[in-house]
Design a protein around this ligand. Structure first.
Ligand SMILES: *[C@@H]1O[C@H](CO)[C@@H](O)[C@H](O)[C@H]1NC(C)=O
Length: 363
């Protein structure tokens, strides 16, 4: 009886202090008290979903404040604060998982002409990071020119050490993502995201979630994959689909092979409205068909064993050259489950790109 009363009193004290810390600026003494009390309750710094659906990490409210996070509701049965991170100042350094990098005043667009750089630093103490994932939650930059070239606005990714060249992006990227490969064991600033907004007119905006992928994570894509999808079916779109696709890209779309699935089939997605789901131009006059020698912009993956590697372009995505209606294209019965999209930097009018649906087939 006495014991439970004591526990009750301790609990009330925590609650009371918790409330107090929100209402008054805590003095050093009060903060110490708060810390020592909260140290009694231990919880993991797990991922949490804060108010408004923002992803955060569960910290004590003091830890969240120290890390300059934003409290977005509670976690750990009310003992923790779902702490979200966002940086909207150019030159900012990302150190926390799921940090949002945004233009200043987001969701209002920016009309400032400049290059806004963000550095992504490996989480202190964690050296087992293999990838960084960028989720373009809302990102609308200037459209490329008619040849798919990002002229004024561009989003550029670089890594330290530099290993591969990442595609330069512009246009509408909302809903898309990109993986950055990190050399295992590297610490400090491992990647840089530069957003250049140089057009004199029109508001541009970006809100990009940056997350760290542990080398042992089950959701870790293989190296070299710029996009990665789990589950028996996935929909892939070229960057800026709806506008023109971008030139000078080499993008691997990778799919986790699901249990009991041995191959995959690719087809044009059903696009709502008047849109076309596939348009990769291979020079004037060579449209309306699949051609097997596509060199400027093409989709490539190993199809039926007899045909081997095959490039596909044109205005119809189908199995056979000359097709005028779309058809399903099955992959070879082999791994990896991967599709390559390649465009070269050529002064050539670009098409809309692609919106394809990939379905894994039972063995
Ligand atoms: C970062 O958060 C993501 C969720 O967005 C999670 O899948 C991942 O495991 C977290 N990374 C680390 C290193 O904790």
């Amino acid at each position: 009886m006495i014991r439970s009363l004591k526990q009750f009193l301790a609990f009330s004290a925590i609650v009371a202090l918790g409330i107090a810390s929100k209402m008054v600026e805590p003095g050093a003494n009060r903060q110490k008290k708060l810390l020592s009390l909260f140290n009694i309750v231990q919880f993991d710094n797990d991922q949490c979903t804060g108010t408004g659906g923002t992803l955060g990490t569960c910290f004590t409210s003091a830890e969240c404040m120290n890390r300059q996070g934003i409290a977005r509701g509670s976690c750990a049965a009310g003992f923790g604060t779902c702490c979200a991170f966002q940086i909207s100042t150019c030159g900012g350094v990302v150190t926390q998982n799921n940090t949002l990098i945004q233009n200043e005043n987001f969701p209002t667009g920016t009309t400032t002409n400049r290059v806004c750089s963000f550095s992504i630093s490996n989480v202190a103490g964690a050296t087992n990071i293999c990838q960084i994932r960028l989720d373009f939650i809302n990102t609308a930059l200037e459209q490329p020119n008619g040849m798919g070239l990002c002229e004024n606005d561009m989003l550029t990714v670089t890594t330290t050490p530099a290993t591969v060249t990442y595609p330069i992006l512009c246009g509408d990227l909302s809903g898309q993502h990109m993986y950055i490969d990190v050399v295992r064991g590297s610490v400090g600033a491992v990647a840089n995201v530069d957003v250049q907004t140089q057009t004199a007119t029109g508001a541009r905006l970006f809100n990009i979630r940056t997350s760290y992928i542990d080398c042992n994570s089950l959701s870790r894509p293989p190296q070299g994959c710029r996009q990665y999808f789990e589950g028996p079916s996935a929909r892939i779109q070229s960057y800026n689909f709806g506008g023109l696709h971008l030139q000078n890209q080499q993008i691997s779309y990778c799919f986790r092979q699901e249990m009991g699935r041995c191959s995959f089939t690719v087809r044009e997605s059903t696009v709502t409205g008047a849109g076309d789901a596939f348009e990769l131009i291979q020079g004037a006059g060579e449209m309306e068909m699949v051609i097997t020698v596509c060199t400027i912009s093409f989709i490539q993956f190993p199809i039926m064993p007899t045909l081997g590697q095959d490039n596909r372009c044109g205005k119809i995505f189908g199995l056979t050259a000359g097709d005028t209606i779309p058809s399903n294209v099955p992959s070879q019965r082999s791994t990896p489950f991967r599709i390559l999209f390649q465009t070269i930097d050529m002064d050539q009018a670009m098409g809309k790109g692609f919106d394809l649906t990939v379905t894994q087939n039972p063995c």
